[in-house]
Write a protein that binds this ligand. Sequence first.
Ligand SMILES: [Zn+2]
Length: 275
Amino acid sequence: MPELPEVEIHARNLRRWLLGKVIADCRVLDPLVVAFGEPGFLAATVQDRRVLSIRRLAKYLLIDLEGGHTLVAHLRMTGRFVFDGYATGPVEKPTRLVMDLEEGGTPAGRVRFEDRRRFGRVGLERTENVHLLPGLSELGPDALVEPTSAARLREIMVGARRSIKAVLMDQRVIGGLGNICAIEILYRAGIAPETPAGALGEDQVREIASIIPSYLEWAIDAQSRRELIYLGEKGAENVFTIYRREGSPCPKCGSPIARMKVAGRGTYFCPGCQR
Ligand SMILES: [Zn+2]
């Protein structure tokens, strides 16, 4: 499931594929993919527009177009953008939206939004109003671009009874971290995921704050080396240290990695390192 690292990889790919190019044709193949507004209006408005910039805000992708509109995409569970090079003809089955590109009046490839489970969404908004959209308007500082200081994290956690894992996954606190990030960050920090956030010591909070950006850089790098396929999809490779490794020995202490439910989600942890 895509979180900040996977969305960041998408943003970098989309810059390579789309920047400066004109969307010569846009087709919505599955109306469900359009989060708000009319699918026909979206396709028509995007058409013949040049792509000016690609931004990532937490787990959102923003494609800014000439003419003052922005395509906003959220990949949710299995959504992904793929580049088909110079392919023409019929598109593959889980495709929800297609954009045919041009550069200097000649075809410059095709970008598709693919989504097997159909939770991913795309919407069109005036660029100046994007930050007002539900979900985007409540985002906390981006975990990678504006790393949260230990002081800010401490302030947020004072007296907090919910688990540290729930705090890390709260998009209003820190934008971009999800279940996998929280699991891997807390493992690296040696902190049990169900620990009430307010019960953490100053050193532990400082440790978490310093691990977040370095973990994200690592996860982006580790998954940039081959085609990005999400875990659970055919051909995926598990690059993570403990996520989905129940029963495997912990690389640090050898204890079998365990799983329990924290903050409503399946959570992996090392009973030896994360007490
Ligand atoms: Zn361990």
